[in-house]
Design a protein around this ligand. Structure first.
Ligand code: IYR
Length: 223
């Protein structure tokens, strides 16, 4: 049995009035509503400290048994970005040539294709890895729990923080993406989950006209 953590009084939490709750929830919703997935980036550099803060924010995410089963590799090195682009495009060419017609049909309106120039143009690529299990100092395995859920939540918080900072993001999922672990030298117990591409949007960036489902479609209230 694990030793219980010492407990301390909760700090950093304020009981707010219903008006304040609504105003704050609305402000956050409005800000998140401005987020668009962007595929056209400017090469303008972004200071490393910004990326560090965003990854720190992601690292505050809740996780199963607080195991924090994530690792983020932030890449600005041009040669590493070039290798990632080359490998991603090779996988993507295969994907677009062999994916089921239904999947390709779902993607067609977005106009995506195997060409991924943004992987070299954007100043930062953040590879998100799931730690399938941890490792004790003696090399033995430590179980992680709810890994997909935990890393999914952390990734959402990462994207929200980058957006709040004022950066554009793209969630890129080259498939399969085992090449990321190899290029970035990650241990076999880690599995690449997604690449978050981030930087300034290109001044002439275009985005597709899409709609988000309304509340009535995505939510059911009981009581
Ligand atoms: N991974 C490919 C295909 C792709 C799949 C989905 I689902 C998307 O929402 C977008 C793209 C690519 O990145 O092009």
């Amino acid at each position: 049995m694990g030793t219980p953590f010492p407990h301390v009084p909760l700090t950093g939490w304020t009981a707010r009035s219903p008006e304040e709750l609504l105003a704050r929830a609305r402000a956050m919703r409005e800000e998140l509503q401005q987020r668009r997935t962007v595929r056209d980036f400017a090469p303008t550099p972004v200071p490393r400290e910004v990326i560090e803060e965003a990854i720190r924010a992601a690292g505050t995410a809740p996780s199963g048994a607080n195991r924090q089963p994530w690792h983020f590799v932030a890449v600005s090195d041009p040669e590493t970005k070039r290798q990632i682009r080359e490998a991603a495009e090779a996988e993507e060419r295969e994907f677009y040539a062999t994916a089921p017609a239904e999947w390709l049909g779902a993607l067609a309106p977005l106009g995506t294709n195997p060409e991924k120039p943004f992987l070299e143009i954007a100043p930062w690529l953040i590879a998100v890895f799931q730690e399938r299990h941890g490792e004790a100092p003696d090399g033995s395995r430590i179980m992680n729990y709810y890994v997909q859920e935990s890393v999914g939540i952390a990734s959402g918080m990462l994207i929200a923080t980058l957006h709040h900072a004022g950066l554009a993001t793209l969630t890129h999922t080259p498939s399969p993406m085992a090449f990321l672990g190899k290029i970035l030298g990650r241990p076999a117990r880690e599995r690449a989950m997604m690449l978050i591409v981030t930087g300034y949007a290109a001044p002439d960036a275009m985005v597709p006209v899409i709609a988000k489902k309304g509340l009535a479609e995505i939510a059911t209230f009981v009581g």
